[in-house]
Design a protein around this ligand. Sequence first.
Ligand SMILES: Nc1ncnc2c1ncn2[C@@H]1O[C@H](COP(=O)(O)OP(=O)(O)OP(=O)(O)O)[C@@H](O)[C@H]1O
Length: 441
Amino acid sequence: MTDTASSSTPVLGAHEPENGQPESSHAEVVLKAQQMGKEYKLYPSARQRLKALVTGGAYHRSHWALQDVSFELQRGQCIGVIGDNGAGKSTLLKLLAGTLQPSTGTLERVGRVTAILELGAGFHPDFSGRENLYFAGSMIGIHHAQMAELETEIVEFAGLGDAMNRPVKTYSSGMVVRLAFALMTAIQPDVLIVDEALAVGDQPFQKKCVERITAFKENGCTILFCSHSPYHIRTLCDTAMWLHKGKIEAFGQTEEVLGAYLTHTRILLQEQEQAAEPTNEGATDKNTEGNAASQKPTPVSARHADAAHIINVEVSHLLEDKEGQAPLLNSKDLIVTITARGNGAECPNVGFMIEQSKGVGITSLATHEDKASPKQLEDGSWQSILTFADLPLHSGQYVISAFLFDESGLVVYDEWLRFMHIRFLNPTLMPGLVKLPHTWA
Ligand SMILES: Nc1ncnc2c1ncn2[C@@H]1O[C@H](COP(=O)(O)OP(=O)(O)OP(=O)(O)O)[C@@H](O)[C@H]1O
């Protein structure tokens, strides 16, 4: 694959203020992207690429790694960038670092931007670690005299001992990370961009890096941090950006965005597992055929031709479906309004059940059990509004059912079995299914 928009890509990069803009501690916004996009041009062969260069013709296929990305970063913010493989994270970081140019849109940056991207690629493999400090340092604007002052501190942080005098090509990837991180963070930048660097180092070194990043942040440095590790994102970042297929899917408080992303990954995993398993679910549950259409709320008439009694079940605060996903409950409270018709003047009872999407039951409730009869409406129908305040479920996908019983609660008149799938995001991320009432002593 080729990128015609970029020339050779310096991967350890630090950039001085652009447009002659002075570094200012008053400027709150340090990075501003507007409708930024990145197109990679893919040529079927080197010959086609050459032909395109010579003739100016279009012999490529476009691949938009990023599209319509707009956001602002403020001084002192620490942003975690998350997303599936190929979502566009590295491309975004390279654009922000200035090692790639956007194909569309604009990017404004203030101050010194330092990026730790593909580690070690800025080092000369035949030079020793120590020589590389001067070599790679000069490429990021640290001149010889300044490096002589910084050298001791960098060598100490890297903790490579005598290996500093060996050629970098003999280093393990962990050793390269140590050297690169120590060098790139020797001078605090205004914006620090880190792409997965911490995933390579060992635990004690990761801790040192986290401490340095935290200290930078406290000193007002803006940090962009791409990682597949929810732990690191949560520890370091106050804000998170979820990139999905080259677009911003969510941007906001870390817990919320991470929660949404983890739910997405769990659902993906579940779908992959289901696709891998031979399924006989259809035999056990005729109402959930496992396709996206069966997960959408459907009017009763379409659902059960013979369901004469339950007129409507409405769940409040549901966000619209996205790409065939179950709708998302956009509230901490689950509020369900069940409207039903009884038998003549009889006051019926209604029931409600929540299950995990795979059919693991969580709770079943009924008005006759709770001694909470439905209220009669003017048109003669009956209505119950069920509220689960501060829903104690963990993030995940759930399926709900509604039932209509007779006055005694013994006869089932009608049922909407697993008629609606919903997703719920609990901002607190904990493993498990439900947060049980509890006390600590
Ligand atoms: N130089 C390139 N030429 C063509 N396509 C590219 C190039 N670099 C990346 N891509 C494509 O752009 C998309 C985004 O890639 P990118 O590396 O930014 O994703 P990512 O989110 O960092 O993925 P990962 O988590 O796997 O590192 C992918 O489809 C990738 O195949």
